[in-house]
Design a protein around this ligand. Structure first.
Ligand SMILES: Cc1cc2nc3c(=O)[nH]c(=O)nc-3n(C[C@H](O)[C@H](O)[C@H](O)COP(=O)(O)OP(=O)(O)OC[C@H]3O[C@@H](n4cnc5c(N)ncnc54)[C@H](O)[C@@H]3O)c2cc1C
Length: 426
């Protein structure tokens, strides 16, 4: 009987190392040199490389890639446990070579790229010598890929892409863009003529692809395969977000508990007021439920596949947004006026909560997916009454007992007595 919530001691040692490393090395670097991982300054890069070499020496570099894709093959459950720590520190995922949007793009390359494509793009991406972005959403139809229009036309030795994409995160600073066209997934170097990045929004870019010409070998995977590649990419990405969200929720929880014990109001510590205790208790339970759900889903992916786990991945996606909303609100509220400032992580965390319900697909779409998939396991009942309709169940049970009653009439009298008693109560 396998039913175990413990972590292998050897991996726990690694997690302990990660926790200490992030707290003592990654976080201080982040405060002194924000966004150091993307810096082009050789001195700052040297500091980053020094830390990344330690990660590599631990065998924890880019562990999101499964073994069959050339990664260390830790699997999603262990990645979940690791991300539970990394998600607390904004630069930690990049320090471990496991940050979105590059992870999803690398996963697509590893799964669908030719050897030549992997050498050209995947290897430098794994070494963080090349950065990428993912260009899928379009201004006229974000939640519905059937409304997408961006299209690649073949012209001799080239593909010519025309279309418009919205909210390509970090597109402005990416070296290559993974562009989802209605007839395939294409890799477009950002500096290709015709890639027109609009001035706004600044971080999640609006990009017009205007007669963008790329060689034929920039098609990734099969022609017309974009939706399959996108599903593969987003399936992993969603659960990785959820794992890191647990870390954010725990951070908010730690902050609310510490503060509740530190402040006094109306004759006692805040922690002694029952309505504060309710927030702490609710947050505690919500985080525990989310954590178990995320880790169980990761475990299911390891034992089946992303595709077979898609219902749970979708359910995890909207659940994590909900828990983050609840817990970050509770923490912000318990910190009072301080919580509303930008002097702690809480304000940004609470502001990010609605974003989590939109990025990688809006809650409503995931909820519809879950409901549709779950309903496939059910059938309508026959006749007027549901399966659990008591009178029908009693009648069936009476029929099952009929041979016993015939053999032993006293048993029938007893059963009639019960029936009368319960009929009298209803
Ligand atoms: C922080 C962030 C980063 C992102 N990064 C990227 C990126 O790197 N690359 C990329 O391509 N895209 C990216 N996106 C875009 C993201 O994929 C889209 O925002 C998302 O798919 C929703 O599309 P939309 O914003 O156009 O909303 P819409 O599709 O307009 O939906 C708006 C609202 O309409 C309602 N709605 C829509 N559809 C349904 C439905 N079927 N049932 C019920 N209600 C519905 C919901 O209330 C929904 O919130 C990012 C988004 C965010 C917030």
């Amino acid at each position: 009987m396998g039913w175990d919530f413990s972590t292998e001691p050897e991996f726990q040692q690694k997690l302990d190392w990660v926790e200490q490393f992030c707290r003592e090395e990654v976080e201080p670097l982040e405060y002194v040199f924000p966004y150091a991982v993307r810096s082009k300054d050789p001195k700052i890069r040297g500091l980053v490389r020094g830390l990344q070499d330690q990660v590599k020496a631990q065998g924890l570099w880019a562990i999101f890639l499964d073994e069959d894709l050339g990664g260390p093959g830790y699997g999603q459950l262990k990645l979940g446990l690791l991300n539970e720590i990394l998600g607390r520190y904004s630069s930690a995922p990049q320090m471990f070579g496991a940050a979105a949007p590059d992870t999803g793009n690398m996963e697509m390359l590893a799964a669908y790229g030719t050897e030549e494509q992997k050498e050209r793009w995947l290897t430098p991406m794994l070494n963080q010598e090349l950065w990428s972005a993912y260009s899928m959403t379009e201004p006229q139809g974000g939640s519905d890929p059937n409304l997408f229009r961006t299209f690649a036309t073949r012209d001799g030795d080239e593909w010519v892409i025309n279309g418009e994409k919205w909210f390509t995160s970090a597109g402005r600073v990416a070296d290559i863009l993974f562009v989802m066209c209605t007839n395939g997934m294409f890799v477009v170097p950002r500096l290709t003529p015709g890639v027109e990045i609009q001035p706004e929004p600044r971080n999640h870019n609006h990009i017009i692809y205007n007669e963008v010409r790329i060689p034929l070998d920039h098609l990734l995977g099969p022609e017309d395969g974009a939706k399959v590649l996108a599903q593969r990419r987003l399936g992993g990405g969603r659960i990785h977000h959820a794992m890191r969200t647990i870390a954010q929720c725990k951070l908010a929880f730690d902050m609310m508990c510490e503060r509740a014990l530190s402040r006094e109001s109306h004759g006692k510590t805040i922690a002694e007021h029952q309505m504060v205790q309710e927030k702490i208790a609710d947050s505690y339970a919500s985080i525990a439920m989310l954590r178990l759900f995320v880790l169980e889903t990761a475990w299911k992916i390891d034992h089946t596949s992303t595709q077979e786990t898609r219902t749970d991945i979708a359910a995890v996606k909207y659940s994590m947004a909900k828990v983050l909303r609840e817990v970050s609100f509770n923490a912000l509220h318990i910190l009072g006026s301080l919580g509303t400032t930008n002097l702690t992580p809480l304000q940004a965390m609470y502001a990010a909560a609605p974003t989590m319900g939109i990025a990688d697909g809006v809650d409503e779409v995931h909820k519809s997916t879950v409901a549709r998939n779950v309903l496939k396991g059910y059938r309508p009942h026959e006749g007027y009454w549901p399966t659990e309709y008591f009178p029908a169940k009693r009648k069936a049970a009476q029929e099952k007992f009929e041979p016993l009653f015939t053999a032993d009439p006293e048993l029938r009298v007893l059963a009639d007595g019960y029936a009368k008693y319960f009929a009298g109560r209803s």
